[in-house]
Design a protein around this ligand. Structure first.
Ligand code: M6R
Length: 611
């Protein structure tokens, strides 16, 4: 994870880097560090601190001159959250400075050999080997750029790096291997960053870097090379999408704002993509691959966290409606399973950020095996969006809270659209296609009606805020919703919650149940309702408290459970789009009651770019 940024040009660099770090903070917020080089005084100014950018700007000296700066916002991997471990890191002579996102997997071997050669390390980080390694190559007589190239050939793992050497004050180096890094090219100014949001501060013209590429921005121009030193053509692009400023509006936190945006996000996702009369969907991103899609015999979805739960919902309706064998793989495990995929397999990567390292690695693996790859991605221009063969953007709008909410519902909606796209080419009837699309259009209003109950759900969450454990249960389409509800509660409240299919409870988790272990049961009136209610009975027989989510009009649960939340009726396959909203609200309000930082929960980051 971590966010990195670097500026070299004609303006004062520090304000640009600070503003950029604010935009990159979602990538990690354990500590902040900046370096500014003042060309007139020939001085390096360095400042690093544990904590977030808000605290940093209060205490750091931000009046420094200099038109070169690099910055870093950290999500700790190697070494605790301390000032020493914050970036930038430097060499023995304190001339070569590095900010890094990723992990240097062979750092220990490199460090041991450098220590033997007399290098003195200060931090516990993997990053620090890089400036020392470059320093070592310089000592051996290599010219600076060559020393950088040689170092990049030795380090293994995933990285995006910026390197500054005060002996070469006109030169800023960026390098990438499996970590995101983009170069913005302005008018006599250059900006590197982990994503386009800080780049848009100065330019819309970007250069996307591929793995194994290094950029030397030197005296007002740039060259891109492979680590082997071969010149590489620039892959130019333009930021042609709107980058929204983080704005909470009238809401106290981004998370609650984004939960309340779920209906609008769904409307945006559906807009222009439904051909109601034909019961079909129109997905521009798929036009190029329509022929190959017809040949597909199996769908494999790869994703992590919340996105994987959206994919699991998709697995149920892909098999029920499109009748295509479908499986969901946690992207972080995909490669280890040696998955059986070929050119008749469609691999769908689901990701909000489009930068998740595990999901990206799974896409690359799938491509190597000849599969057709498709992205369901929210962030336009992200690495996964650029790597897959074709894609469907989520249109959830920027999601700033670390806990994913509106991305989840839009990912499910995208999967419904994709399923109909495929199913109508196969066996799905016009009537079935029209019914699903017609009901999809009703959902934003139905979501809004659930949000109107937010006060009631807040009171409920506060009532349950003293419990230390929760069990979330659901069957069929609502099993993945149970997983999502439990993850959300864990992430933002730090309360232990686990989820299992309601039918699995009797195979073990029921041992947990007593009066101090409440269950949140998803029990809409659907094809598995009766069976789910049997599980509720089993909990009640063991004095467990139950909060149930059920369909409006179903009064019978009032007598059986402790608390009931009602959601509107919809098609069974679409229930997750409604039943998840009370769970998002419940997690949010419970965490607020406990005084948690819901938007920036401890130990997490929005975009997980390490494996
Ligand atoms: O950006 P992605 O959708 O690929 O992220 C996947 C997970 O890291 C993400 O969903 C994570 O689980 C969230 N913190 C959940 O709220």
């Amino acid at each position: 994870m971590c966010g990195i940024i670097g500026y070299i040009g004609s303006k004062r660099a520090l304000p640009i880097v600070i503003e950029g770090l604010k935009r990159l903070e979602y990538r990690g917020y354990d500590s902040i560090g900046v370096l500014v080089y003042d060309q007139d005084k020939k001085e390096v100014y360095l400042e690093k601190q544990p904590g977030r950018i808000q605290e940093f700007v209060k205490t750091a000296q931000l009046d420094k001159e200099g038109s070169l700066a690099i910055g870093h916002t950290r999500w700790a991997t190697h070494g605790g959250v301390t000032k020493v471990n914050a970036h930038p890191h430097w060499d023995c002579a304190k001339k070569i400075f590095v900010v890094h996102n990723g992990i240097i997997e062979n750092f220990q071997v490199i460090k041991n050999s450098l220590v033997e050669k007399g290098h003195k390390f200060r931090s516990e980080t993997d990053t620090e080997v890089i400036p020392h390694l470059i320093e070592e190559f310089l000592k051996q007589g290599l010219e600076y750029k060559e020393a950088v190239r040689q170092s990049l050939k030795i380090v293994k793992g995933s990285f995006a790096l910026l390197i500054f050497n005060s002996d070469y004050p006109q030169l800023l180096v960026g390098a990438r291997f499996s970590g995101p890094l983009i170069l913005g090219v302005g008018d006599n100014e250059f900006i590197f960053a982990s994503d386009p949001t800080p780049i848009s501060l100065i330019t819309k013209n970007v250069i996307y870097l591929d793995d194994g590429e290094v950029v030397f921005v030197d005296k007002g121009s740039y060259t891109i090379e492979s680590f082997l030193g071969h010149e590489v053509a620039a892959k130019k692009g333009v930021i042609d999408f709107e980058i929204k400023e983080a704005d909470k509006g009238d809401f106290p936190d981004f998370m609650i704002k984004e939960i309340f945006e779920e209906p609008l996000a769904l409307e945006n996702t559906l807009r222009g993509r439904l051909i109601l009369q034909e019961g079909r969907t129109k997905l521009g991103g798929l036009e190029m691959i329509e022929e190959r899609l017809r040949q597909i015999e199996k769908v494999v979805m790869v994703a992590c966290g919340t996105a994987s739960y959206a994919a699991l919902v998709g697995e149920y309706f892909f098999e029920e409606y499109a009748e295509i064998t479908t499986e969901v793989d946690l992207a972080s495990e995909f490669r280890y399973r040696k998955p059986i995929i070929n050119d008749k397999t469609l691999v769908v990567a689901v990701s909000q950020s489009g930068e998740t390292a595990d999901t990206l690695a799974a896409v690359k693996e799938a491509k190597e095996k000849g599969a057709l790859t498709l992205g369901i991605v929210n962030v336009v221009g992200s690495t996964i969006a650029r790597t897959v063969d074709a894609g469907i953007y989520s249109h959830a709008g920027s999601e700033f809270a670390v806990a994913s909410t509106k991305a989840f519902t839009t990912q499910i909606a995208d999967l419904v659209l994709l399923m109909i796209f495929l199913a109508r080419e196969r066996k799905m009837s016009l009537v079935a296609g029209k019914e699903i699309l017609g009901e999809l259009l009703e959902l934003p209003e139905k979501m809004r009606s659930i949000l109107l109950q937010s006060d009631k759900i807040r009171i409920l969450a506060e009532k349950y805020s003293a419990y230390k454990n929760f069990l979330y249960l659901g069957r069929k389409y609502n099993f993945p919703v149970a997983l999502e509800g439990a993850l959300k509660l864990k992430e933002v409240s730090y309360i232990h919650a686990e989820a299992c299919p309601a039918g699995e409870m009797k195979h073990g988790p029921i041992a947990l149940i007593d009066e101090n272990f409440p269950s949140l049961v998803l029990a809409p009136k659907d094809s598995v309702y009766e069976k789910t209610i049997s599980n509720v009975q089993e909990i009640k027989a063991r004095k467990g408290k139950v909060i149930a989510v059920t369909t409006i009009g179903n009064q019978e649960l009032e007598r059986l459970v402790d608390d009931v939340i009602y959601i509107p009726q919809t098609l069974e396959m679409l229930t997750p789009l409604l039943s998840v909203i009370p769970l998002h609200l419940f997690a949010y309000y419970l965490a607020k009651k406990l005084g948690r930082d819901v938007d920036r929960p401890r130990n997490l980051a929005k975009s997980v770019t390490v494996e």
